[in-house]
Design a protein around this ligand. Structure first.
Ligand code: GAL
Length: 814
């Protein structure tokens, strides 16, 4: 009896245990998020959602910066963070992996998760992204029999190997939504449709293989392919560009997704600074949602920095600021950040109607469109005016609305305008610099040997005697080159140094040119040394990986015999090659543990304007917590290291051409591209280089510069970037918030309620001017933030004001 009782108990216990296990496993699956989609939207646990997302590339900032960047993204109204995965950062040497520091993808994704945001993982592993060689490790290119981005077994095996590695790493940490993690979408390849035609049938086979390989990874969330109009099912094809309202996915069951809404553009050495207005970005987003889009990602939300030698292009700058809503250092780029934040809040308030409502679109003529999203109780309206010069008047529900040219008004209740893309209401933040730094130590060294670096030497020896057919008074050296920068030395003397200009994005041969110059050779032995430097490897275009860099040849001596031109081809000579420069490779002069430390020497007369020179100094970190930049405006071209960490290439001496900048304020109206609204003509594209605070120690820090062209290090200084003041615009009926972020508002420089004129920094009174200064002084000065209702009740009225809606313009000092 007792035995059978005990057996019964055991059975009960087993049953109980099994139930507990089932509950536990169920509760695990109830933690998981089911991501599916229909033709309208992504469905999260069965419910249609709108997703506002922003790109932050983890290696373009530091783990210490990630939480703040992600927090600001969330506060700016984003639901998700998107990133590429950077293959060459993770597998710099075949089968040797790096997931530490800035490359800690898992930590980045967990930071996103901790902030309560979703993630979109664009595994690629081809990225483009103005990243060196598009994200491919260069060892791939050197594998026998390989052809990249096409149906080639060697390549596909490597791509599958890396993709699987990433997927498994992410799965191991339960980071896919299907496992309870933040990742709701994953991307395979990148914009393959832009280049597929160049690869013929092999390209199509490769695309289909990519899709199958991705699906076989079993990640439990949908896969996307961007700019690939023939993406095979079940892959969702998505759009990239300045505008995507005209985009339609290739399957009625795919939602309309915009993977790259370019918030600005990248910068090239020697180029101008591109700007995209807040009005135009907002217009593009509003048009996208008006036309049924439901997932939208800003490329970039934070652009950041190309540390080390990670920038591609070629000729992409170290800064990847991108004119994004968060600037390179993580500060709010106003008014873009604030203007988009308001838009996000309005769009979120309409989520149900945008994803479930019945849609009715009326073309009012003259590029004016009214779109209504309705369910049985309520409706929301978009009134868009795509005319680039004329404002439009629309009567809707017995009310009259003026829609400025190239703008969209959003009326969540179809009665009141909650937002217009052309009415920027928020802050413009100014920056402030603090000066620091003195040089004390340096080492000078001439160029020479060995490294995997930007630099490659080509050297040959040439024996000439006076009977040589080429010998004459007028001998010239002719070099066919694809070197981004070329230094020519003959018998140890520099003949010429120059760099290629006229780079065109995606045009493979824009660096190929012929150099020809007079050369003085001696009878007997001559040494010709050519130093070729790359400035980032190409990252885009069909067969971009095959673009030659360096001296492609022929290299010829051109002489004259009477009237006859004689050519001696030196290409078939024996050439010796050396990778790198002395100091960069084994010496690693930038490193604090360099074996060559003892070779540094202190100079009283600082050599300035000398080529191939190493400089070193120590410094205390700038006080405070504001972002730190190194001002290298007095330098030529080179690379800089702080405490042994490369903060990137610098090239401030390369000035943009003088033409193409307008003194007029940028007109947001009309289609944008990256040549519109450029600034900085005739100036250097980048003089300041970000030094993340986490690179710095509290006590003594080291700065090392390698200067290739010649510069003046005595002028180099550190600065910090903080908030000096702010401007704000607000329309009657709304609430204005002013803030000095960490310090208090010290003065109201300007304040007018009515129809004020001008822009931040140059505001002026209009014909209708109600002095708002006394009220604002009372409400704001001495406080870190303040908020006021913009109304006649707050500021009073004036007889000569005929404005239907008055505007408040304010400039404050912090
Ligand atoms: C896209 C590409 C991105 C980036 C962008 C320009 O075509 O997908 O990776 O290169 O252009 O910033």
């Amino acid at each position: 009896m007792s035995a059978s009782f005990s057996l019964t108990m055991n059975n009960h216990m087993i049953t109980l245990l099994l139930t507990i296990i089932t509950i536990l496993s169920l509760s695990h699956s109830s933690l998981s998020t089911v991501v599916s989609h229909d033709g309208r939207a992504l469905l999260i646990n069965g419910e249609r959602k709108i997703i506002l997302s922003g790109s932050i590339h983890y290696p373009r900032s530091t783990p210490e910066m990630w939480p703040d960047l992600i927090k600001k993204s969330k506060e700016g109204g984003l639901d998700a963070i998107e990133t590429y995965v950077f293959w060459n950062s993770h597998e710099p040497v075949r089968r040797q992996y790096d997931f530490t520091g800035k490359n800690d993808l898992i930590r980045f994704l967990k930071t996103v998760q901790d902030a309560g945001l979703y993630a979109i993982l664009r595994i690629g592993p081809y990225a483009c992204a103005e990243w060196n060689y598009g994200g491919f490790p260069v060892w791939l290119h050197n594998m026998p029999g390989i052809e990249l981005r096409t149906a080639n077994k060697v390549f596909m095996d490597e791509m599958q190997n890396f993709t699987t590695l990433i997927v498994n790493k992410v799965k191991d940490e339960n980071l896919f939504a299907s496992q309870g993690g933040p990742i709701i979408l994953a991307q395979i390849e990148n914009e393959y449709g832009n280049v597929i035609s160049s690869y013929g049938d092999a390209g199509k086979a490769y695309r289909d293989w990519c899709a199958n390989m991705a699906v076989s990874q079993n990640i439990g969330v949908p896969w996307i392919m961007c700019q690939e109009s023939d993406a095979p099912q079940p892959i969702i094809n998505t759009c990239n560009g300045w505008y995507c309202h005209d985009f339609t996915p290739n399957n009625p069951n795919s939602p309309k997704i915009w993977t790259e809404n370019w918030t600005g553009w990248f910068k090239n050495w020697g180029g101008k600074v591109p700007h995209r207005t807040a009005e135009d970005v907002a217009y593009a987003v509003a048009r996208f949602f008006q036309t049924g889009g439901t997932v939208q990602n800003y490329y970039m939300f934070h652009g950041g920095t190309n540390f080390g030698r990670t920038s591609g292009g070629p000729y992409i700058t170290t800064s990847y600021d991108y004119d994004a809503p968060l600037d390179e250092y993580g500060n709010l780029n106003q008014p873009k950040y604030g203007h988009l934040k308001q838009l996000h809040s309005v769009l979120h308030s309409m989520e149900k109607l945008l994803t479930y409502g019945d849609v009715n679109t009326t073309d009012m003529g003259n590029s004016v469109t009214v779109t209504t999203f309705t369910n049985n109780k309520t409706s929301s309206c978009f009134l868009s005016n795509a005319n680039s010069t004329n404002d439009a008047t629309i009567v809707l529900n017995h009310r009259t609305f003026t829609i400025p040219a190239w703008s969209v008004s959003i009326l969540p209740d179809c009665k009141n305008e909650a937002y217009n893309t052309a009415k920027v209401r928020l802050f413009l933040v100014h920056i402030q610099y603090i000066y620091l730094l003195f040089w004390d130590v340096l080492l000078e060294q001439k160029a020479a040997t060995n490294d995997t670096s930007d630099y490659l030497w080509y050297m040959t020896s040439l024996h000439l005697d006076k009977n040589d057919i080429i010998w004459s008074d007028d001998m010239r050296l002719r070099i066919n080159s694809s070197a981004h920068v070329l230094h020519v030395y003959v018998n140890g003397e520099e003949l010429v140094s120059f760099y290629s200009i006229g780079y065109e994005y995606g045009k493979e041969d824009s660096f190929t040119y012929i150099f020809e110059g007079k050369v003085n050779l001696t009878k007997g032995k001559n040494i010709i040394s050519l130093l070729s430097a790359t400035v980032g490897l190409q990252n885009y275009g069909p067969y971009y990986d095959m673009t030659p860099v360096g001296i492609v040849g022929p290299v010829e001596l051109v002489g004259k015999r009477g009237d006859e031109i004689v050519i001696k081809d030196l290409s078939s000579h024996v050439w010796a090659y050396k990778t790198g420069l002395q100091g960069l490779d084994h010496d690693m002069l930038y490193s604090e543990t360099s074996p060559s430390v003892r070779r540094w020497k202190t100079e009283t007369d600082m050599p300035v304007d000398t080529q191939m020179t190493w400089y070193k100094t120590t410094f205390k970190p700038p006080l405070g917590t504001n972002p730190v930049v190194l001002d290298l405006s007095s330098m030529g071209k080179g690379e800089a290291w702080v405490n042994g960490i490369s903060i990137g290439r610098y090239w401030p001496s390369y000035l943009a051409d003088e033409d193409g900048c307008s003194l007029d304020p940028c007109d947001y109206r009309g289609e944008y591209d990256n040549t519109k609204c450029v600034t900085n003509c005739g100036k250097s594209i980048q003089t300041e280089y970000h030094v993340p605070r986490s690179f710095l120690r509290d006590d003594v820090n080291t700065l090392v510069l390698f200067e290739e062209f010649g510069g003046n290090p005595t002028q180099v200084k550190f600065k910090t970037i903080g908030v000096k003041g702010a401007c704000a615009n607000g329309y009657e009926g709304s609430t204005l918030e002013l803030s000095c972020k960490g310090s208090s508002i010290s003065a109201i420089k300007f304040a007018s309620f009515g129809n004020p004129l001008g822009d931040c920094g140059s505001f002026g009174k209009g014909s209708c001017d109600i002095d708002a200064q006394p009220i604002l002084i009372k409400a704001c000065v001495g406080h870190e933030t303040c908020s006021v209702d913009i109304s006649e009740k707050t500021f009073g009225s004036a007889l000569n004001c005929e404005e239907k809606t008055k505007r408040l313009a304010v400039e404050i000092t912090c």
